[in-house]
Design a protein. Structure first.
Length: 315
């Protein structure tokens, strides 16, 4: 079966090359027909699992379309190698590069939605191999969707980017990405999701050891309708109080609550691994300090204190 498909592909290649030849009665190559034959050859090679040859046929098809000034078809052909190269992990960067090229062509020819979808697919393709590149691709797709005012699709791409940034401990970038998400959710008046993004922001800031930014994040969220008085707000205030007082028990209690545990997995992990500074030693409140000062060891005059201090002798 494979040999049959390979022979079929080679026949299409031969036909394509014949269409490209010129002569005394044929001054101009027939790029359109050649492109069609190269496309058929690519499919036959792919069915025979000859992916390198399929990729080459796709690129020659794209070249023929380019000579014919059929730019939209060039993008389609450049995108084709993804399906061939995804079988070979070592070739993924090359596949992604071709898809990026295709997306640019889609943009130039007035099909931004297709460009964004191509970028998203490229991100999925390389996510496990190069998360950094995947983040870039998702952010590019988000920008295209946002420019087309397709905000829900833009948010989906930004969400993927934010989670990958958190997973890769790129927390400064994650904080900015989450803020972008939150702003768009506020714009489309999806306020409950704004609350969840605020929780994610606070966890990211605390893992960055930036209590001031976490506190400011909550304070600024009071302007979001319904946030003040919500269970999300109450939980965050309790979390910040515990963190500020170096009370690990209080922080852990909040982070183990269903409100935090059932967030997206990457953010839930931030909560479960959050450790307060100072080793989780709870600060003594002013009242506790005063009570201790009034205890038996401090009763009496200054002289009594000295006598008590040395009552057991210098040794």
């Amino acid at each position: 079966m494979a040999a049959q498909k390979i022979n079929e592909a080679l026949e299409h290649i031969a036909k394509a090359e014949k269409y490209l030849k010129t002569g005394f009665l044929k001054w101009k190559p027939d790029y359109d027909s050649a492109a069609t034959e190269y496309g058929k050859a690519a499919v036959a090679f792919k069915n025979a699992k000859q992916f390198d040859q399929a990729r080459e046929a796709c690129l020659r098809e794209a070249e023929a379309h380019e000579n014919n000034k059929a730019y939209l078809f060039i993008a389609c052909c450049s995108f084709c190698p993804r399906s061939c190269l995804e079988w070979e992990m070592q070739r993924l960067p090359e596949a992604v590069q071709l898809i990026e090229k295709a997306s640019m062509m889609y943009l130039e020819n007035g099909t931004p939605d297709t460009a964004a979808i191509a970028l998203e697919r490229a991100g999925k393709l390389i996510e496990n191999v190069s998360p950094e590149k995947a983040v870039q691709l998702y952010q590019q797709a988000a920008s295209v969707f946002e420019n087309e005012e397709r905000l829900r699709q833009a948010l989906e791409m930004l969400g993927k980017a934010s989670r990958l940034l958190v997973r890769g401990r790129r927390l400064d970038e994650a904080a900015l990405s989450l803020q972008k998400e939150k702003s768009i959710y506020k714009e489309i008046e999806n306020y409950p999701t704004c609350y969840k993004k605020t929780i994610a922001q606070v966890l990211v800031h605390l893992h960055r050891n930036d209590y001031v930014a976490a506190e400011r994040c909550v304070r600024e969220s009071y302007s979001i309708p319904g946030f003040n008085g919500s269970e999300d707000c109450a939980a965050l205030e309790q979390l910040l109080e515990g963190y500020d007082q170096q009370d690990q028990d209080q922080v852990s209690e909040v982070c183990n609550s269903p409100l935090f545990k059932y967030m997206d997995n990457d953010y839930a992990k931030l909560g479960l691994t959050l450790v307060v500074p100072g080793g989780g030693i709870k600060k003594k409140s002013p009242n506790a300090t005063q009570d201790k000062a009034r205890g038996p060891a401090a009763v009496g005059s200054h002289g009594d204190e000295e006598e008590d201090e040395y009552s057991g002798g210098l040794c």
